[in-house]
Design a protein around this ligand. Structure first.
Ligand SMILES: NC(=O)c1ccc[n+]([C@@H]2O[C@H](COP(=O)([O-])OP(=O)(O)OC[C@H]3O[C@@H](n4cnc5c(N)ncnc54)[C@H](O)[C@@H]3O)[C@@H](O)[C@H]2O)c1
Length: 345
């Protein structure tokens, strides 16, 4: 039997209850506490989990010596304060995406974790999704050939938020996915966006990112679109694929399609392309819930004292790209260079 881990969840609004449910479902994890400023939310949680201890003061969780780890699902601008306090009190921290509302805060959180010698993990859920793992394997094994470009659509009608724009709301997932699939953060980006509904809060944005090895990526994020679309398209020199997160069946299709330049030609007039229209395959995917995989991974990293797949540096790289996208939008699409955090670790 593995060492038991006790967790407390701070913030049980919309997303936090999913985290409570998944941590509670794990063997050898005790989801002991939930904290929220709203007594209504806490009453609701106690009806679902009668043994759950609840409090409106998160300090009660930090004061409990039985608690090994704190899970933070509050608004992004509270993440840094809550995470740093929990780390200073010797707790491991799982913090929802985006890691914080500024890169400066992310760095503070990383420093606090390193000082406390505790894990900090960011809730980049898609890094724990089986379809995305399949895509990553296809890329890493060279099945798609050289990767040319990737584009992601994450659009629907609403929910309009008042505390952040659409980039901070929807793009954290996509930048985390791109950085992980491509194995590096972007080198530079340009972005345009517009506020059509709420003055000063962009509801639509188009972000173009340049990754190492000439890989281009494009993100379209919007709260103002007729359809809910969640697609990722990867185009490689050998094969191409399309992932549709909304589809109930056949989420991932791998196309053996491409273009070859014929090797021998003598004059420009003889320059020939041959198009390849091969099979389309639909891989079988493991249907495990990504959030459960994510919760399990966090517990495993604590037990084995290893850095999570979505560690503080991943969280920082995502937030740096979001900041750069907002700067580019404010400066009419100017190209913004990014620091490439990994080299300085
Ligand atoms: N991984 C995902 O797919 C995913 C999906 C949705 C939301 N999220 C993230 O989860 C976080 C929360 O989002 P949400 O939509 O649930 O927000 P929400 O506003 O519905 O819930 C936040 C809750 O935190 C509580 N809270 C705020 N400050 C607190 C404090 N000091 N102590 C205790 N409770 C406090 C609020 O009372 C509220 O109930 C955000 O970072 C969001 O980006 C992640």
């Amino acid at each position: 039997m593995s060492e038991s881990i006790t967790v407390g969840v701070i913030g049980v609004g919309y997303w936090g209850p999913n985290l409570v449910r998944n941590f509670a479902s794990l063997r050898d994890v005790n989801a002991k506490w939930a904290a929220d400023l709203s007594t209504e939310r806490l009453d609701h949680m106690r009806t679902l989990y009668p043994k759950l201890e609840t409090t409106t003061n998160y300090q009660d969780i930090l004061d409990d010596p039985e608690v090994d780890a704190v899970v933070i699902a509050t608004p992004a601008d509270t993440h840094c304060k809550l995470a740093c306090e929990a780390l200073d009190r010797g707790k491991h921290v799982f913090v929802e995406k985006p890691m914080a509302s500024s890169s400066e805060d992310c760095r503070r959180m990383i420093q606090a974790a390193e000082k406390a010698k505790k894990q900090i993990m960011v809730g980049h859920t898609f890094l724990y999704n089986s379809a995305l793992h399949h895509i990553k394997r296809l890329i890493d094994d060279g099945e798609l050939g050289e990767i040319f470009y990737v584009y992601i659509n994450r659009v629907n009608l609403g929910l309009f938020r008042e505390d952040c724009n659409v980039v901070w709301d929807l793009a954290p997932h996509d930048v985390a996915i791109l950085n992980w699939l491509l194995g590096n953060p972007p080198r530079s980006l340009t972005a345009v966006g517009h506020s059509y509904v709420q003055p000063g809060i962009e509801d639509v944005a188009f972000v173009n990112l340049q990754y190492p090895n000439n890989v281009m990526a494009h993100l379209h994020v919007s709260w103002l679109d007729p359809n809910k679309i969640r697609t990722i398209t990867v185009v490689g020199s050998r094969k191409m694929l399309m992932y549709d997160d909304v589809s109930n069946t056949e989420k991932l299709r791998v196309y053996d399609k491409g273009v070859n330049v014929l090797p021998h030609y003598d004059t420009f007039g003889e320059f020939q392309l041959s198009y390849r229209y091969g099979d389309i395959s639909i891989p079988r995917l493991d249907e495990g819930e990504p959030l459960k995989n994510e919760a399990e991974h966090f517990a495993e990293c604590i037990r084995q004292n290893k850095a999570p797949r979505s560690d503080g540096y991943n969280g920082l790289e995502v937030v740096e790209a979001l900041e750069a996208a907002c700067r580019s939008i404010a400066e009419d699409g100017r190209s913004i260079e990014l620091p490439g955090v990994r080299s300085s670790r």
